[in-house]
Design a protein around this ligand. Structure first.
Ligand code: SAM
Length: 347
C-alpha cells in the first residue's frame, strides 16, 4: 500500500486556490518561451470570442468553439503554463459576456465562498429552486446558458443524480429498512428521484455536508422522513468524530473531484469500515475525458481533480484489501464521470 500521509487540512473549504496549491502543475518549473507562445494563442482565442459576441454571431457556436480552444490550450500548455493562463483569461473583456450566463456567473462568484456548492448543482440539475436565477438572465446570458447547461459535464451530473437514486433503491431492494449515508450531500436532490425513499421503505438516510446552509435546506425539504441531515465533514469522518454506526450503502458524489490522492485513500478506507457485510460504497469523480475543463477552470473558476479509471483503481488498491471486497469501476454514459463501487463481501 502507498503512503497516505497528507499535510493538507481536509476541513478546508474547496477553493480554486486550494486546488491550485495541491493540484496538477503546482510544483512545475515554467518554460518562459512556451508561456509566451501559449499566452499569445490564448489572446487570439479570447479575441475571436469577443468579436463574435460583439457581432452577434451564433452564441452556442461561439461558446462551443471557445470551450474547445480552451481545452486544447489546457492540454497543450501543460499544467504549469496553464496555471499562468487562467488569470489572463479571467481578466479578459470577453468575460463580461460570459458572466451573463447564470451558471458561469454563480460558479465564478461563489455566493457560498467555495466552488461547486449545492446552489450551483441546482442550476445544473435544472431544479425548480434555481428557476428564478436562470430566468433573471439577459437574453445573451440565456443563450450562453442553453449551451453550458447542455454541455457534456452538465449532462453527466444529471445522470449522476439518477445513478445515486438508483443505487439507493438497489440498497433498499437488497436489505429491508436499508441504512444509507450520503457524504457531501449538498441538497440531496437524488432523494426526489428515489422510489424507495418516497415510498417510505428506507431505514435511515444520513445526509452529511460541511455546509450548514445546505444541511438546513435538506432538513426543511424532508421533515418527518427517514432523512437525517447532519453538519459534518471529511476530516471529522476520518478522525471518527461521529458515532454513525454502519450502513448498507455509503456514497460520495461531487467530493472526490476536490480530494488529493492521500485524502481520497484515507476517506475511502474509513468509509469502507462503515459498511455492513454486503454493503456498498460508491464514489464518483469527473473523468480525464471531459472537454469543458479549460472553460471551467477559467471563466467558471472551477478547477477539478480529474481522474481516470486507472486513478480510481489506484485509490482502491491503496485503500482496501481486495480479498475482502468486490470492486466495479465504470463510466457514465458519456464517460465524463467515472464511478467506483466497492462492495464488502458478506462472509
Ligand atoms: C458538487 S457538491 C455535490 C452535492 C451532491 N452530493 C450532489 O451530487 O449533488 C459538493 C458538496 O461537497 C460539500 N463538501 C465539500 N467539502 C466537504 C468536506 N470536506 N466535508 C463535507 N462536505 C464537503 C460541499 O459543501 C457541497 O455541498
Amino acid at each position: 500500500m502507498q503512503s497516505t500521509k497528507s499535510h493538507i487540512d481536509e476541513q478546508s473549504m474547496i477553493t480554486p486556490a486550494l486546488v491550485a496549491r495541491l493540484g496538477r502543475g503546482a510544483q512545475e518549473v515554467i518554460d518562459e518561451v512556451k508561456l509566451r507562445e501559449k499566452r499569445a494563442q490564448l489572446a487570439l482565442v479570447l479575441e475571436l470570442a469577443r468579436q463574435r459576441f460583439e457581432r452577434h454571431a451564433d452564441t452556442s457556436e461561439t461558446v462551443a468553439r471557445l470551450a474547445a480552444d480552451l481545452h486544447d490550450l489546457r492540454i497543450s500548455s501543460g499544467a504549469g503554463v496553464w496555471k499562468h493562463l487562467i488569470p489572463v483569461a479571467q481578466a479578459h473583456p470577453v468575460s463580461q459576456f460570459l458572466l451573463q450566463d447564470p451558471f458561469t456567473k454563480w460558479s465564478f462568484e461563489k455566493p457560498r465562498g467555495y466552488s461547486g456548492d449545492a446552489g450551483l448543482l441546482d442550476i445544473i440539475y435544472k431544479h425548480p429552486a434555481a428557476a428564478e436565477v436562470v430566468a433573471a438572465a439577459s437574453s445573451l446570458g440565456s443563450e450562453i446558458f442553453a449551451y453550458t447547461v447542455e454541455a457534456t459535464t452538465s449532462v453527466a451530473a444529471r445522470e449522476r443524480r439518477e445513478i445515486l437514486a438508483k443505487e439507493v433503491d438497489a440498497a433498499s431492494a437488497h436489505a429491508e429498512k436499508a441504512e444509507v449515508l450520503a457524504v457531501a450531500c449538498g441538497y440531496l436532490r437524488e432523494a426526489e428521484l428515489s422510489e424507495s425513499f418516497q415510498s417510505g421503505r428506507l431505514g435511515r438516510w444520513v445526509a452529511l455536508d460541511q455546509d450548514a446552509e445546505s444541511v438546513d435546506v435538506v432538513a426543511r425539504a424532508n421533515p418527518g422522513t427517514s432523512i437525517l441531515p447532519m453538519v459534518g465533514n471529511v476530516s471529522g469522518l476520518m478522525r471518527r468524530s461521529y458515532d454513525l454506526g454502519t450502513f448498507d450503502l455509503v456514497y460520495a458524489s461531487g467530493l472526490y473531484d476536490y480530494l488529493p490522492y492521500a485524502v481520497a485513500v484515507r476517506l475511502t478506507q474509513r468509509l469502507i469500515e462503515m459498511l455492513k457485510p454486503g454493503g456498498a460504497y460508491l464514489f464518483a469523480n469527473y473523468s480525464q475525458e471531459i472537454r469543458t475543463d479549460g472553460y471551467m477552470e477559467t471563466f467558471m473558476d472551477w478547477p477539478l481533480l480529474l481522474r481516470s479509471e486507472a486513478d480510481m483503481w489506484q485509490i482502491v488498491n491503496a485503500a482496501v484489501d481486495r480479498n475482502r471486497v468486490d470492486v466495479d469501476v465504470f463510466y457514465g454514459e458519456n464517460r465524463n464521470i467515472v464511478y467506483t463501487r466497492i462492495r464488502r463481501k458478506s462472509a
